[in-house]
Design a protein around this ligand. Structure first.
Ligand code: ATP
Ligand code: MG
Ligand code: MG
Ligand code: MG
Length: 468
């Protein structure tokens, strides 16, 4: 069996041999892109190279990039535990050409690598192309010998990549693997495409246009940006369907079974998977300088951590347990990402502290949630006041409450939740100005409103952690 570490190395070796500069992963917190919450694709660190703002002394590169998709444009948090193929943290393998080779060479590289180096059976592969990109369809026939029925033409924006409203853009072509008819799901472009039978493994983006405010121009030197999910590729190479069954996740889930004493089967399976996933995001985010807080990136991290903790609680854990999984994670991934080992003490302390804090209110909050929903069946709705109380007094982020109720088909009245939040803000403002409002107060409340509730929860959550 080929382990994740060897699969990653084989990718980088292949492109290294083909004159690509092997570049280290960029950090999860992008250095020069305030518009981006977390790195969500391999191309992020090269954005300015693609637009021409920056030049490098190489025109081809390959990376294994750390990616978190748990907020902003790509948010896969709610998919974790429900699909076979989504993580909040994953590694994206990519090769890039900055005005060097283009479509033909990119398709050749991709096809050679997956069918010859990795040895995937060609008959299980199919591709999508943008419906207007006849060149790509012709190249797939020529290079891979794919027949028309396995080149699916997609007319939607799914197969047309843009960097923003303006800037480089172009069609893309995605490679899918058919896991077989024992898995539910239809081919890309079909109504049932969100199933897990045909799994997208690699996205090739052909940046060939420049979108300006009023025209789409041909780029004189088109570029290539690709991204392949390492864990999805590993699943195929290891003969398993679900990403969570690959060697790396088996090790972490095995450790989770050990520390909780609950086997990974039945209802517990999803919890172990969520724990393993959220542990990776947590550790990698902390290693890259994010700490749990009540605003911005730190609040996304806190939400991920608390969701993981609720699953540990579901498995019966009464004391902090997640921090005990860190050594396993470092054993599996520390060689490829030495920052994990360097930050081990910080990760362990941060996680333990957060587990202790939330542990104080988690159990009681779950009790309140149970009693408030005991009469509700599928299709029911939790009132916004209770959801707000859970949030305000027990430190339950709204999405954690929603996640807890989802298996029972119960929703949260989010309008009423928002109303309760707005009322509390208004009350706080009134109390504050009652004690002699100043210009500074006005600025403070203005900021709080501008950035929204999730960004400024300091005192609410402190209160939650302090009293109970
Ligand atoms: P999907 O349609 O399955 O959600 P995507 O189209 O959003 O994937 P891209 O943005 O094209 O994904 O990212 C490039 C590659 O990264 C995908 O082809 C896939 O292999 C991998 N990938 C994307 N999202 C995830 C995720 N949440 N977890 C693991 N791998 C992912
Ligand atoms: Mg997606
Ligand atoms: Mg897709
Ligand atoms: Mg894609």
């Amino acid at each position: 069996m080929t382990g994740v570490n060897e699969i990653r190395s084989a990718f980088l070796d292949y492109f290294g041999k083909n004159d690509h500069q092997i570049v280290e992963s960029g950090p999860l917190v992008p250095r020069n892109d305030p518009t981006l919450m977390f790195a969500n694709a391999g191309m992020n660190q090269f954005k300015n190279v693609f637009t021409g703002l920056e030049t490098r002394d190489y025109a081809r590169a390959a990376t294994a990039q750390k990616v978190v998709r748990a907020g902003g444009k790509h948010n896969d948090l709610d998919n974790v535990g429900y699909t076979a193929r989504h993580h909040t943290f994953f590694e994206m393998l990519g090769n890039f050409s900055f005005g060097d080779y283009f479509k033909e060479r990119a398709i050749e590289h991709a096809w050679t690598l997956i069918t010859r180096e990795y040895g995937l059976p060609a008959e299980k592969l199919l591709v999508t192309v943008y419906s207007e990109d006849e060149d790509a369809a012709v190249l797939w026939k020529k290079i891979a010998g794919l027949t028309d029925d396995r080149i699916i033409r997609i007319p939607t924006s799914d197969n047309f990549w843009t960097m923003g409203d303006t800037g480089p853009c172009g069609p893309c072509s995605e490679i899918f693997y058919d896991h077989g008819d024992h898995v539910a799901g239809g081919p890309p472009g079909s109504p049932d495409e969100d199933g897990d039978r045909f799994i997208e493994i690699w996205n090739l983006v052909f940046m060939q246009y420049e979108q300006t405010a009023d025209a789409r121009l041909d780029l004189p030197r088109p570029s290539i940006d690709t991204g392949m999910g390492l864990e999805r590729l590993a699943a195929i190479l290891q003969g398993v369907h679900n990403n969570y069954d690959i060697d790396l996740f088996k090790a972490i889930i095995g450790a989770s079974v050990n520390v909780t004493g609950v086997e990974a089967e039945g209802d517990a399976l999803a919890s172990h998977r969520v724990i393993a996933d959220h542990l990776r995001s947590t550790a990698f985010l902390i290693a890259d300088g994010v700490l749990p807080s009540n605003e911005g990136r730190g609040y996304v991290l806190r939400r991920i951590m608390r969701r993981g903790m609720r699953h540990a609680h579901l498995l019966g854990a009464k004391d902090p347990v997640l921090f005990k999984l860190i050594p396993t994670l470092i054993r599996e991934m520390g060689q490829a990402y030495p920052e994990l080992g360097r930050a081990e003490a910080l990760i362990t302390e941060t996680l333990t502290l957060e587990e202790k804090r939330f542990g104080k209110t988690l159990d009681r909050g779950m009790g309140l949630l149970e009693s408030a929903t005991s009469d509700l069946g599928e299709g029911g709705q939790l009132d916004g006041e209770t959801a707000f109380k859970l949030y305000d007094t027990y430190g339950f982020p709204l999405d954690l409450t929603q996640d807890a109720l989802r298996p029972r088909g119960i929703q949260v009245d989010t309008d009423a939740f928002d109303a309760a939040m707005a009322r509390q803000k208004a009350e706080a403002r009134a109390n504050w100005s009652g004690s002699g409002g100043t210009a500074t107060d006005t600025i403070w409340f203005g900021l709080k409103e501008k950035f929204g509730a999730t960004e400024f929860l300091g005192y609410e959550t402190e209160k939650a952690e302090g009293v109970v």
